[in-house]
Design a protein around this ligand. Structure first.
Ligand SMILES: Nc1ncnc2c1ncn2[C@@H]1O[C@H](COP(=O)(O)OP(=O)(O)O)[C@@H](O)[C@H]1O
Ligand SMILES: [Mg+2]
Length: 504
């Protein structure tokens, strides 16, 4: 069972109150009882002395019947005197002169009698079947000597009955006052402690439910008031903190959203770039094939033209039939048209991409890395880029070199499983600038290493690889007067090294 603070306070103070009040009441009762006893003893002594003093001479002392009458009349008016004896100290011992109780003699000891004989008054408290009583013995002095004594027994019954009544009344009053004090204490505890605490509890419950406007309304100057002020200050701090946190979360969320959009945009760009790359690969190949075809057809065409010329010189122009001459003219015309078409084609495909310039390879490498970085990150790869400082430039076309490096990088990313690493580094080596693209991917079996440079060789799904990347890269490198090396180990990875002569 859980006790509330109120019941703990009320119960403990009531307990203290009960113990202390009843202890005080009991001590008080005991003290007053002993004071009453003492008072009654003094009265008994005074009474015995007075009686002793009334016995004025020896004659009176010796007339027993007279004394007996006096005793009887005294006892009539003093009902609390249970017994009254007049004793005489003779040579033979103590003898009773007169008594109210002839059957019983008050049992004073020899020593007590001795003390009385010396003039002292002796008293003692006795308890018998009838209740408590004071027994007093006072000396009777005649002509300067102690001739006898007056012994009296005083009942304490009335005083004891009164004391009992007083005791019950006192205990009742104490009990009632304890009850009243308990009630008042409960009231005070409620007002001073329970109610303010209830307000605290309500505020804490509101705070737990998320209401940061919760405040405690305790305006007292005591500790609870101080506590309430601290509590309210703390709630205000929590509120500020929460608002700040929410603002920060909002900010962070917005930033994250921005970043996410950026990544999305980059991914889209990468995708578009990859698509346009394979489109460019195809276009470039078509051009190269066309150039090849034109070149291959040009030579026999020239030879046919030469033979036709020789034939014309050998044949007599006049002797020819008209339709033969016409047919020869058609052949010549068609051949010339073909030659022209081929010349134009060759002219078109061989057209250089502009005059060569000085290219900063480090910049080319950096740009390529930024293009593929989103794709590498999405594939769970670490992309490392480095360029030795002060690299010499190479003579050529930045766009083409970029295409070559991009081909190598996309291949490396495609070949490397998540968690792997792709590194592109540019460095100088002798009179050459070397761009190395190294991966920790699948590697290329030895028997396949020559074939991957052939056009249309691809191990990738249709739509992902056209098999032209390495072919075009080889062409571009060759056109720049450089070469492409390969070093690969199955299961460990590959390194493609692009070597370009540095510009003088
Ligand atoms: N870094 C590499 N690691 C493993 N295999 C590679 C790597 N680069 C190229 N290859 C292999 O060479 C083939 C040809 O590459 P490529 O000519 O770029 O064509 P594509 O990428 O379209 O397949 C790829 O399909 C792949 O099998
Ligand atoms: Mg490729």
């Amino acid at each position: 069972m859980r006790l509330t603070i109120r019941s703990k306070l009320v119960c403990s103070s009531l307990l203290i109150l009960v113990v202390v009040s009843f202890a005080f009441t009991l001590v008080h009762l005991r003290l007053s009882r002993s004071w009453v006893e003492e008072d009654l003893r003094e009265r008994a002594v005074t009474f015995a002395r007075e009686i002793a003093a009334t016995i004025g001479d020896r004659r009176e002392f010796e007339s027993g019947p007279l004394l007996a009458r006096q005793i009887a009349s005294i006892l009539e008016v003093r009902p609390n005197v249970l017994q009254l004896d007049v004793l005489r100290f003779g040579d033979a011992g103590t003898e009773v002169v007169a008594t109210s109780e002839p059957r019983l003699r008050l049992p004073f000891t020899r020593r007590e009698v001795e003390r009385v004989r010396r003039g002292e008054v002796v008293s003692r408290l006795v308890r018998d079947g009838g209740g408590r009583a004071w027994e007093v013995i006072a000396p009777v002095t005649l002509e300067g000597t102690v001739a006898g004594a007056v012994a009296a027994k005083f009942s304490l019954d009335r005083a004891d009955a009164l004391a009992a009544r007083v005791r019950w009344a006192a205990l009742g009053v104490t009990a009632a006052s304890v009850a009243v004090m308990g009630l008042l204490m409960g009231l005070v505890v409620t007002l001073v402690v329970t109610r303010p605490l209830g307000r605290f509890m309500a505020a804490i419950r509101r705070l737990q439910a998320g209401d940061t406007a919760a405040a405690v309304d305790v305006a007292t100057g005591d500790e609870l008031g101080v506590l309430a002020r601290h509590f309210n200050a703390m709630v205000a701090r929590v509120r500020d903190f929460r608002e700040e946190l929410q603002a920060r979360i909002k900010e962070a969320t917005a930033e994250l959203e921005g970043r996410y959009r950026e990544v999305e945009r980059l991914n889209e760009r990468l995708f578009a770039l990859q698509r346009s790359l394979s489109h460019a690969e195809r276009l470039a190949l078509a051009g190269r094939i066309m150039a090849e075809v034109a070149h291959e057809l040009g030579t026999p065409l020239h030879s046919v033209m030469g033979h036709l010329e020789l034939l014309r010189q050998d044949l007599p122009v006049e002797g020819l039939p008209d339709d033969v001459r016409r047919r020869l003219a058609v052949i010549e015309g068609e051949l010339r048209r073909m030659t022209e078409i081929i010349a134009r084609l060759l002219d078109l495909t061989r057209r250089p991409p502009g005059p060569p310039e000085l290219v900063d390879v480090a910049q080319v490498v950096g740009q390529c890395a930024e293009v593929v970085r989103p794709g590498a990150t999405a594939a769970g790869l670490r992309l490392e880029v480095s360029a030795a400082p002060g690299l010499p430039r190479v003579r050529g076309h930045a766009g083409q070199l970029q295409q070559a490096v991009l081909n190598l990088l996309t291949n490396a990313i495609d070949a490397t499983p998540p968690g792997g690493r792709v590194r592109v580094a540019a460095a100088a080596d002798g009179g050459e600038v070397v761009v190395e693209v190294r991966d920790t991917g699948a590697g290329i079996p030895r028997d396949r290493q020559a074939r991957i440079f052939e056009p249309f060789f691809s191990t990738k799904d249709a739509g992902r690889g056209a098999g032209l990347g390495l072919f075009i890269t080889t062409q571009i490198v060759r056109e720049h007067g450089g070469r492409l090396d390969l070093e690969s180990e199955v299961g460990r990875g590959s390194a493609f090294r692009l070597r370009l002569p540095a510009a003088a």
